[in-house]
Design a protein around this ligand. Structure first.
Ligand SMILES: [Zn+2]
Length: 567
């Protein structure tokens, strides 16, 4: 008889692997049949949630205070001492369930994923997977070391990119060229890592008995509900409807800026020369007003956000010794999500809280799902929750609705958001189509010059309206500057598909707010119990790749921009 499970992650956190291992062992030894499987799954779920929540809490601890060396030590100890062992033990339980032949209700998708993972597993690939991660880290290291001297100070290229907001065109151009030169200085180094990465990825696929790395990655990413052909259809749809819309946006921007041609350093600056929006002065105000927006979207969602506010689960300020970026994660044993951000008083901060708020609501809706393995929807739908909330919240940005802005300022924020959304699809298509070409033509792609040429062709096809003359080297090496291509191959189209789902949820909300939000919440609450097309359908959307669906979304965005511009 083993001791009972710890009730909370706090209790669990102090255990060593030697103390945790018996829990897994007992589950591995316990016989299961149709009458006992649900109790077994419940225990496995509790254990999985303890491990998951422990990791998430340790991760949160190192991000809220990067100078906390105790936290860092605990985090690393978990990564070394507990995580790999618990993953291996977990894999055994998955295999046990698969080989039992039992098919618990609501477990179809979970079983499908487990089966794919078990099939893809192969011993010879373990060192190659580590090699792939290491090469990815090598790329990250090259990029992370990129700094330039700007006005007497050493700055990162991310810091430098703020200069692209400068009204003075010469200053913007100067900064842009400095950043590009810095990238080009690493051209050979990035190419060298790339060639090694392709070799490793080819071998991964071959070891798994698959024709190419795309087929391997497709299974690894558990993409059962769409194919490379669907992606190709999506690219064509983007070319037909999003590219012309982006071209119109570029032409408008060119006119507003009063320039002969739009250059790459003209794309971020406010085209009307206005100062940046300043939505709030204090974090309390940020919380207060986003809470008001969520309440307007839906009273229950507003309540969820109040819980986060009350229980100190919103870490939104920017301070020394805090990791960069923003995220939302969850503590499933405690039944609470947490939102992390670095707010400095700009509109992006508002957008981030709306986005992460959508993820938080998704977690809230899923805490009721009985089993861990059913709880987390795939990214393609997780991002519908977050991007959908950005759009659902947008009508309430005005002070009149409890938000931050005058009607004119809110219109400006919404126009920028919608324009960014329309522009995202063509760029996403370049990144995705490029990778399809790479892994369909691994031999050609092993010569970086061919990759440059291919990227250039795709850029021509999807990204018109910007004058790159004299910047040919900069343009063709654009694939160096997209980390996903190097570190998380093929992971990107998810965002394009989710954006199209989010746009459909928003479209319905314009005529039926209550119905749209109710469907959105019902879909969120399904977790990972149904397929992607079913998740989208539950949210009142189609999981779609076609010109018709995308065309409607783009047209609605353009119409909305038009009417906001007339305010
Ligand atoms: Zn997100």
């Amino acid at each position: 008889m083993i001791s009972p499970y710890p009730k909370t992650a706090h209790e669990f956190m102090s255990l060593t692997w030697a103390q945790i291992e018996p829990f897994y062992q007992e589950l591995a030894d316990r016989p299961i049949d149709a009458s006992t499987v649900s109790a077994w799954l419940a225990d496995w779920t509790h254990l999985s949630r303890l491990v998951y929540e422990t990791y998430e809490r340790l991760y949160v601890a190192i991000t809220v205070n990067t100078a906390d060396s105790d936290a860092e030590q605990r985090y690393n100890a978990f990564l070394d001492g507990i995580r790999p062992a618990s993953q291996a033990a977990d894999q055994k339980l998955k295999e046990k369930l698969l080989s039992s032949g039992l098919r618990p209700q609501g477990f179809e998708v979970a079983l499908r994923n487990m089966k794919a993972e078990a099939e893809l597993f192969c011993q010879e690939n373990l060192p190659l997977l580590s090699e792939d991660t290491k090469l990815g880290a090598e790329y990250a290291k090259i990029v992370g070391a990129q700094t330039v001297e700007w006005q007497g100070e050493e700055v990162t290229l991310t810091q430098l990119s703020l200069v692209y907001l400068e009204p003075d065109r010469e200053v913007r151009q100067h900064a842009w060229r400095m950043a590009s030169d810095r990238w080009l200085a690493d051209r050979e180094a990035i190419n060298a890592v790339w060639v090694k990465l392709l070799g490793v990825r080819r071998q991964l696929a071959a070891n798994a008995g698959l024709p190419d790395y795309r087929a391997y990655r497709w299974r690894q990413l558990l993409r059962f509900d769409y194919t490379p052909d669907d992606c190709r259809q999506f690219h064509r749809a983007i070319e037909q409807v999003a590219v012309p819309a982006a071209r119109r946006l570029n032409e408008k921007r060119r006119r507003q800026l009063g320039v002969e041609t739009l250059r790459p350093w003209d794309l971020d600056v406010d085209p009307l020369g206005r100062l940046p929006l300043k939505p709030f002065k204090t974090i309390a105000e940020l919380k207060e007003k986003t809470a008001a927006i969520f309440h307007r979207v839906d009273p229950q969602l507003g309540e969820y956000f109040e819980i986060l506010r009350r229980e100190n689960l919103l870490d939104l300020d920017n301070r020394k010794n805090k990791a960069p970026g923003g995220y939302c994660t969850d503590f499933p044993i405690a039944g609470r999500p947490i939102i992390f951000a670095n707010s400095v008083g700009v509109h992006d901060d508002v957008q981030t809280v709306l986005h992460e708020g959508g993820h938080a609501f998704h977690f809230f809706e899923c805490f009721r799902i009985p089993y861990f393995q059913q709880s987390y929807a795939p990214t393609e739908f997780m991002e519908v929750a977050s991007m959908g909330m950005e759009l659902l919240g947008s009508p309430y940005l005005t002070r009149q609705e409890g938000g931050f802005y005058s009607a004119k300022e809110a219109a400006r924020a919404r126009i920028e958001h919608l324009e960014t959304s329309i522009r995202f699809w063509p760029y996403m298509a370049v990144v995705d189509a490029f990778q399809h070409w790479v892994y369909e033509n691994p031999q050609a792609a092993a010569n970086p010059a061919n990759c440059d040429a291919r990227w250039d062709d795709l850029w021509e096809r999807f990204m018109p309206g910007v004058d790159w003359s004299g910047l040919e080297q900069e343009r063709m090496t654009g694939w160096h500057r997209k980390l996903h291509i190097h570190e998380v191959p093929f992971y990107y189209v998810e965002y394009g598909l989710a954006l199209l789902g989010a746009a459909q949820v928003w479209r319905r909300a314009l005529s039926d707010q209550a119905g749209a939000v109710a469907a959105y919440r019902r879909a969120l609450a399904l977790g990972n119990t149904v397929t992607l097309p079913e998740l989208f359908a539950a949210a009142g959307a189609r999981f779609a790749f076609d010109e018709g669906t995308l065309g409607e979304a783009v047209a609605l965005m353009e119409r909305t921009i038009d009417s906001l511009e007339r305010l």
